[in-house]
Design a protein around this ligand. Sequence first.
Ligand code: ADP
Length: 405
Amino acid sequence: MKILVLNAGSSSQKSCLYEIGGTIASQPPKPLWEAIVDWAHPTDRAEIKVKTATGAVLEESITTQSRAEITAHLLNTVWQGKTQVIESLAEIDRVGHRVVHGGQSFRESVRITDAVKQTIASLANLAPAHNPANLEGIESIEKILGDDVPQFAVFDTAFHRRLPDAAAIYPGIYDWVEQGIRRYGFHGISHQYCAQRAAQLLDRPLNDLKLIVCHLGNGCSLSAIREGHSIDTTMGFTPLDGLMMGSRSGAVDPGILLYLLRQGELTVDQLDYQLNKESGLKGISGLSSDMRQIQSAIAAGHVRAKLALEIYGHRLRAAIGSMLANLGGLDALIFTAGVGENSPQVRSIACEPLAFLGLKLDATQNQNYPIDQDIAASDSTVRILVIHTQEDWAIAQECYHQSLQ
Ligand code: ADP
């Protein structure tokens, strides 16, 4: 079965094509074709990069058009020109879409119908930067492939659907609960994939494991996983809650926001921009949201970059402690996403305070670009895993397992 996966963002779109056979491989396979299109900069051009499992590569810059036109252009490279990997688009059996917010309406992946699209649209107020783009992606594919190819929505919130009320409900007025203001949690596709991959790597049933997944990318979140379900997570009603991130503040005293608004110098939109785009590593360092640049600036003696990493580490350790307390034990601490997979320094900053529990990193393994490996010392009481998150592959598997009834 050939499954196209689309991850449609506001100014970029990632897509890939997987072939899934009768039995699911234990190692995620390479996609047959993958493409990324970015139309953020410059504004009138869309930059396209395509590569295939056989190594063919295509890079081009086209005039920015509608998402449907860009997507159609992109999909032509699946079957035309030097990157062609199938004979025609008719070979695509199913399409999976990453949808960021499923609210309380979607607790599982779902086949997309008109009613589902309407609900995704109605959730746009909860995820204004994401759900409208996700919906545009769905509608673009409908235009290109027609109604007969089944499309599925896979939600970033769904893995956190079993958060206990004590973890999910904010202690504001009870009316908030009735308005749907609660912790939803995000990065669920990645947290779930990492939990399943950890069980595979540890060769133990997922149901028996207590896990903490640290998804540290541009956006950062932790999840505490027991019996295969997320029981706590750091992102909340929006992806702004929790850890310090690349350009997002993470949790701050809500009184600061009231204070700033009362000062009257910022509009709500300006405050939103500051918290989402100008804060976190970028805000404190004044340099960049990119951890690599923070680390090289620290090496060059940059004081605010050093402070930024200290705050990042402090908050990461505090959040791991909080996950740990509610989990009541830990079999494995898992690092994933850009920073989690690539920064030995951040992994050691996170692990050091847990030494009293007997959790010990193997210093050599930690430095060795480990992917899908255990980097704990042999006598560590807790395993420490680095897992390459494969959200697209997880979405493809979800689609494969969905029935067409
Ligand atoms: P996103 O959340 O957008 O999917 P990624 O998971 O790709 O982001 O993570 C992006 C971040 O990963 C970059 O901003 C960068 O800070 C970090 N990163 C990538 N490679 C390295 C590295 N070798 N060392 C430290 N950080 C890295």
